[in-house]
Design a protein around this ligand. Structure first.
Ligand code: AR6
Length: 168
């Protein structure tokens, strides 16, 4: 069974098999967590990303971690919030496809940021339960850390985890 831990921190400090990047279609960097990851990984990451031909919403692609403590980066593209049912499906696909890559490569420890809840505008109280449910229902024994950048985000994921565990 998957183990899920929620913590506050900077995902670029995560020392494990892989971190997940909340990227955009180009995979060539941006602001937020994407900018922080590209900055910390160094310019070799951009060279690797240029060869990937971008990434569709909900899909995921793998690169090395370069200068990061994590060995690999799984890049995924979250949905831009449009308040439609497709948003939730695509958000769940991000978590599922990233976990699928992790399992296929034998990773044991990975960290997710709060995908889509920054620049892409997905309401936190709606994104968190989707993330928690998708992670916990994924069949594997990976240790997953949700690395939240602030307390408000961590609280939302803690609440979603408690609700999931108590059957809401
Ligand atoms: N570690 C962990 N979480 C972080 C970090 C960090 N170093 N920095 C920011 N966050 P966002 P999105 C949190 O906007 O909504 C980019 O420009 C942040 O507080 O990074 O999926 C891409 O290139 C928030 O809780 O990602 C895309 O164009 C969460 O990460 C677009 O933004 C996600 O916020 C993607 O938007």
């Amino acid at each position: 069974m998957i183990k899920l831990q929620i913590r506050i921190g900077d995902i670029t400090d995560f020392n494990g098999d892989a971190i997940v990047n909340a990227a955009n279609h180009s995979l060539l960097g941006g602001g937020g967590v994407d900018g922080a990851i590209h900055h910390a990984a160094g310019p070799a990451l951009n060279n690797a990303c240029m060869k990937l031909n971008g990434c569709k919403t909900g899909e995921a692609k793998l690169t090395d971690g370069y200068n990061l403590p994590a060995n690999y980066i799984i890049h995924t593209v979250g949905p831009i919030w449009h308040a439609t049912k497709t948003d939730a499906i695509q958000l769940a696909n991000c978590y599922r496809n990233a976990l699928r890559i992790a399992v296929n490569h034998g990773f044991k420890t990975i960290a997710f940021p709060s995908i889509s809840t920054g620049a892409y505008g997905y309401p936190l109280d709606q994104a968190a339960p989707i993330a928690v449910k998708t992670i916990l229902q994924f069949p594997s024994d990976i240790a997953v850390s949700m690395v939240c950048f602030d307390e408000r985000t961590a609280d939302a994921y803690q609440r979603a985890l408690q609700n999931y565990e108590s059957g809401f």
